[in-house]
Design a protein around this ligand. Structure first.
Ligand code: PLP
Length: 415
């Protein structure tokens, strides 16, 4: 072997020398905003007002404007937001609540915690959101509410859901934990149902330094009841009208969120650019003919909390392991749908009872997406997927990748 040949072998990047591509890295966001965030935390620390202080009120006001609703109420987490919403409707033993099974556990556990029964329905395979056609057959005289989830950052078909719910006076609670800023025909997540529930868990598009949540509503009466319920049902102090819970937003979290809220639209745009970039890169590599890329449905502003593809032919786990060996982070949201979880075995949903939900659990894979993800990192993700499937890339080198989507209302991709 000649010296030059030896060198080229030595210099060839291997999976050991290539940098890792994380699924998500919130330290990058922190580094960019470090001074501003630390100043906000210091200010609250010095103020001594640690629970529901002025920062919370300011945040609630700004988020009400952002979600275009009259009321936005902070609470301790997205899980609590859902629990409080059901408590405000007096959901309890003997009641049923209709919801998708393909979601995070908290969408259903809030129902069970109140002694009511979750009634799981199937999803629309295109959007992964609750299939409105599955709702009507699931309604009984015990049905008390419907919880659509705007999964991965895309709104459910709230028009079809409202058409079923409204004539029956069934309240609709949006689980918008993954969908802050998402829109359906110009209307925002949080203003589309009777109440909207949001999470500020650090992986969310607007994430704090721990747990935090929010409930939105357009109804004054619900807002008053939620305020009471999140603070032990106490009004005035030490007089308890109803049995509530302790679920308040810490002032430090509110201060952090007040800083970050100013950047949310730019971050959402950056996520959309990266989603668009995946489409371009996957098309260049011929991967769009092998895996199914996410679809943005008509009238939606998708906020891309997750970028989730479908991998056919039972190869999802193999692809995930291949990427993991090459230090590329991925995740499966969600490997076991809720109706098949051990804790819900007594509800009696057998295998195959919700076929689209179960197929999604077998096929879906979330790829890295966050505002600070670089072009070269995204290129690596797609190159490694192309290697796995034996695709050959058509030239993308030198192309301007991150096209500004400022004028683009939505991106639609072929299945
Ligand atoms: C769809 C959905 N619902 C509810 C929750 C619960 O939110 P939190 O983690 O803030 O309690 C989450 C958060 O992961 C979620 O993704």
């Amino acid at each position: 072997m000649s010296i030059s040949q030896t060198r080229s072998v030595e210099n060839k990047p291997t999976s050991d020398t290539l940098p890792a591509v994380p699924l998500f890295d919130n330290r990058r966001q922190f580094r960019e905003l470090e001074a501003e965030l630390l100043a906000a935390v210091t200010r609250v620390s010095q103020s001594g007002q640690y629970v529901m202080g002025p920062d919370c009120q300011q945040l609630e006001q700004r988020l009400a404007e952002f979600c275009r609703v009259p009321h936005a109420l902070g609470c301790a987490s997205g899980s609590d937001a859902l629990l409080l919403a059901l408590m405000a409707l007096d959901v309890g033993p003997g009641d049923e609540v209709i919801l998708p099974s393909y979601t995070f556990f908290a969408t259903a556990s809030c129902v069970s915690r109140l002694g009511a029964k979750p009634v799981f329905v199937d999803i629309d395979p295109e959007s992964f959101n609750l299939d409105p056609r599955a709702i009507e057959p699931a309604i009984t005289s015990n049905t008390k509410a419907i919880i659509p989830v705007h999964l991965y950052g895309q709104c459910s078909d709230m028009t079809a859901i409202a058409n079923i719910a409204r004539p029956r006076s069934l309240p609709v609670i949006e689980d918008a934990c993954q969908a802050i800023g998402a829109e359906l025909y110009g209307r925002r997540a949080g203003e589309l149902g009777d109440m909207g529930c949001f999470s500020f868990y650090p992986t969310k598009n607007l994430g704090c330094f721990g747990d935090g949540g929010l409930i939105t509503t357009v109804e004054d009466k619900l807002a008053e009841r939620l305020k009471l319920l999140r603070a032990h049902g106490m009004q005035p102090r030490y007089y308890h009208q109803v049995i509530g819970i302790n679920s308040r937003l810490d002032s430090i979290q509110a201060a952090v969120l007040n800083v970050k809220l100013g950047y949310l639209d730019a971050w959402t745009m950056a996520r959309a650019e990266r989603a668009h970039q995946y489409v371009e890169l996957c098309r260049d590599a011929g991967l769009d003919r092998i895996v199914s890329l996410p679809i943005v449905q008509p009238g939606r502003r998708h906020v891309w909390n997750q970028y989730v593809i479908r991998v056919p032919d039972g190869r999802r786990d193999e692809l995930r392991a291949y990427l993991s060996e090459r230090k590329i982070g991925t995740e499966i949201y969600y490997p076991v749908p809720l109706h098949r979880q051990q804790c819900y075995a007594d509800l009696g949903y057998g295998e195959g009872s919700l076929p689209e939900t179960e197929r999604a659990a077998r096929e879906t894979l979330a790829l890295p997406i966050f505002p600070e993800l670089t072009e070269s990192e995204q290129q690596r993700v797609v190159d490694e997927m192309a290697n796995f499937f034996g695709c050959r890339r058509t030239a993308t080198v030198g192309k301007p990748h991150f096209i500004s989507l400022a004028s683009r209302a939505e991106i639609r991709t072929a299945p």
